[in-house]
Design a protein around this ligand. Sequence first.
Ligand SMILES: [Zn+2]
Length: 175
Amino acid sequence: MKCDYCEIGKGKIPLEVVYEDDQLMAVISETAASPGQISVFPKEHYTIMELVPDSLVDHIFKVANKLSTIIFETLGAQGTNIIVQNGISAGQEIPHFCVNIIPRREGDVLNFQWKPKQLMEEEMDTAHLMLKQEGDNLVIGSDKKEAVVQGKEAEKIEEKEGEENYQLKQLKRKP
Ligand SMILES: [Zn+2]
């Protein structure tokens, strides 16, 4: 199956490139919500953010931040939305991790806000407890993921686990 972002990364689908280095590419989005929307994605194929090595996530968001600044300065945007659609349920259509930077202006009639729902207190409490427990055990900076993804073999295993965890099989089946 061909992946659009992999094809763009290899230069097989010509798009307007804003920035490029050995690890990532930033292009003008063709399916943009507003003019000057930029898509930043790794050249290597990773379906969702959780599978991207930490150092690459760092690099991608650093570049996205710089590009957001450029959008403010050159396009005179008054704001930017920086969006990751992580998984099918989150609206992801291409199974390749991507950060979108959307230039915003007052009264541009785009809407990325959500209406707070009336939620059951018990559900909220359960969610908080479960997340807090994991949060307490979180060690930032150990970069365990990268240590695991040394060889190609390890990478394959991790991706397989990711598929099961996030039901990416469906995502991969999409054309
Ligand atoms: Zn890809």
